[in-house]
Design a binder for this molecule. Sequence first.
Ligand SMILES: *Cc1c(COP(=O)(O)O)cnc(C)c1O
Length: 425
Amino acid sequence: MKYQNTLEFSREMDEKDPLKSFRDRFHFPNFHTKEVVYFTGNSLGLQPKTTEKYIKEELDAWAKFGVEGHFLADKPWFSYHEFLSEKAAKIVGAKKEEVVITHSLTTNLHLLMVSFYRPEGKRTKIICEAKAFPSDQYALESQVKFHGLDPNVHLIEVAPREGENLIREEDILSKIEETGDELALVMIGGVNYFTGQLFEMKKITEVGHSVGAVVGFDLAHAAGNINLELHEWGVDFAAWCGYKYLNSSPGGVSGMFVHERHAYKPELPRFAGWWGYDKETRFQMKPGFNPMRGAEGWQLSNAPVLGMAAHLASLDIFEEAGMERIGAKRDVMTAYLEFIIDEISERNNEKCKLEIITPRDINQRGAQLSIVAHGQGKALFDALFEQGVIADWREPNVIRIAPAPLYNSFEDCFRFGQYLESAIQ
Ligand SMILES: *Cc1c(COP(=O)(O)O)cnc(C)c1O
């Protein structure tokens, strides 16, 4: 498609957008003196206007029923998570029984690694990406130490080559093959939070399995962004948070995926809690743990219903929009934004070269673009904020922006370009 960096063109694109009406379903921040361009849905998604209603229903049920709301509420709290599983499963390409919404992301990563990182004999090592999200680094490191092993030896990071920004997939695959029967686990962010690089999860899973390792993904930046097929790809486990592309409230509940070939093994070691106990006999409160079959067997606690309600509000919107349409718009809108940034960079080459470090290939990225603003510092970002652009700054000079297909518009992309250019000047 031939793009144009004009207001008219961006409005024509919005006119043709089958998802255009979804923008009105979200609250846009209004604290700023200007109308904002919100490009941080990869950090905290916007609030759906329906969220309040979903939460209010549960507050009302609590007021009306007290503890009896566990069974008498319209959506009984005892099984509240069940209202979310199928909708969340569609987003990540899984069977309903393979998914549960519970806890928070880092907690879930730990719980899954307790089950799926089982160093034994010479098979002790974990492969992860260098510069993983800090919480993942800490989680991985502490898991290795938990088994009495040294992270310097047993945690292998695959880094970009000298002078490059992105990790070459071939380097991940060859490291997996090279580590071979010493490799216990591959645990990688499906989309790197910093560069926006999307890894080929199917291929990594295949190669990981070919050497006998377990393969799991952190999908914090992928869920609700990338078209995922976790079941088909044979991924062993995954976790993601609900508050980035999934718009489910600050610190909101997380999702867990356990492939069905593991999910039905009650003997699989895990850290247990009562909500993971077989629901038919849970309240007999018997000693000895008998887990639910499916991903639900990894739940520890009864669900935080208010946070779950916020997640359900958003999942209902995703279901209506459909990941297929979301993915189609994501690719076109991100490419449009890329075109605008390139054009501005070319025009202002003297003052500021804008280097997009996110892959140019749409098959290797989602909605995020990470831009290095050469020759510019935080002043550029501050000037953008002044104009109403809510983006993300990483020292020393990286701007991360993510047009979220559900609520961002092509006009947002155009306006971003205008502000960027005036900020540079
Ligand atoms: C956002 C993010 C987290 C945050 O973890 P919480 O437990 O939700 O605070 C962890 N890992 C990655 C890769 C993330 O992008």
